[in-house]
Design a protein around this ligand. Structure first.
Ligand SMILES: C[S@@+](CC[C@H](N)C(=O)[O-])C[C@H]1O[C@@H](n2cnc3c(N)ncnc32)[C@H](O)[C@@H]1O
Length: 256
């Protein structure tokens, strides 16, 4: 992983993960939680003081809404420029709400970071594990996930669904974080089961991007978009087999 990380993530990316804080943005992140976050909130029972570790936090897509709910978030991000954007985002949010969200930013590699054993109630990593190509490094990463999580706490990991019928196309078009220059593993529920074994509580296939590809390409985009949004909001109403087949993102929930 180190080689992959250094090559792909350690260069300056000053324009990545920049958020502008205004009423629209605030409304979206507080009222329209992503499906990933909904599951984190559900399993992690997020409330004031819940200790969350966000590994590969990026610009704070997940850290910020959780911190606004009162969680004490540690955001670990080893790309300096992206971490700087997160610091700016926290400051912008402080100015907007008049209250500083509790996000401690650490610029480090998860594998090198000095983190307390069994400290976190919930440990999340969204869009990170699929880049660990080397099996030994992947296993070390998973071992450390367990190390930092408290007994009874949750580890929630999100990766692209390696079995999605559009997977190749998504990567070619670089949709939804699928950067084709970034080598990625094709995950499925079985692979997660192999790594997390009996601790795995749930393997949930999320819908989110299943229709985005045709939607974004369509000239009727603005007509279709409201339906797409409804599907996103109510995706858990769709049968499991359907989501399993067409869900773009796979979420693995593990209880220590
Ligand atoms: C695809 S982005 C996802 C960002 C964020 N989780 C989100 O969902 O928007 C992956 C991020 O993880 C960071 N990252 C990857 N491996 C990491 C590691 N071992 N330690 C810390 N950060 C890491 C990268 O720098 C990048 O910003």
């Amino acid at each position: 992983m180190k080689t992959v990380c250094e090559k792909y993530w350690k260069h300056d990316m000053p324009d990545s993960y920049k958020f502008e804080v205004n009423w629209k943005h605030y409304f979206r992140i507080t009222r329209m939680k992503t499906t990933f976050l909904k599951r984190v909130i559900q399993y992690g029972e997020i409330k004031k003081g819940t200790r969350v570790l966000d590994i590969g936090a990026g610009g704070g897509t997940d850290s910020m809404p959780l911190a606004l709910m009162g969680a004490e978030v540690t955001a670990l991000e080893y790309n300096k420029s992206i971490a700087c954007n997160l610091v700016d985002y926290i400051e912008a949010m402080r100015k907007y709400t008049g209250k500083k969200p509790s996000i401690k930013v650490i610029v480090d590699d998860f594998m090198d970071a000095n983190l307390k054993k069994g400290y976190y109630d919930v440990v999340i990593s969204n869009g990170v594990l699929e880049h660990y190509l080397n099996e030994d490094e992947r296993k070390d990463f998973i071992k450390k996930l367990f190390y930092v999580t408290k007994k009874g706490g949750y580890i929630i990991t999100g990766v692209p669904n390696g079995k999605h019928p559009y997977r190749k196309l998504f990567r070619e078009k670089e949709y939804g974080g699928n950067n084709k220059s970034l080598p990625e593993l094709n995950y499925d529920k079985e692979l997660f089961e192999e790594y997390f074994g009996k601790c795995m509580v749930d393997g949930i296939y999320l819908f989110m991007w299943v229709f985005s590809f045709p939607v974004l390409l369509s000239p009727l985009k603005y007509l279709i978009l409201p339906f797409y949004t409804i599907i996103r909001l109510y995706e858990s109403c769709f049968p499991r087999w359907f989501r399993r087949k067409y869900g773009f993102w796979l979420l693995c929930v593990v209880r220590k």
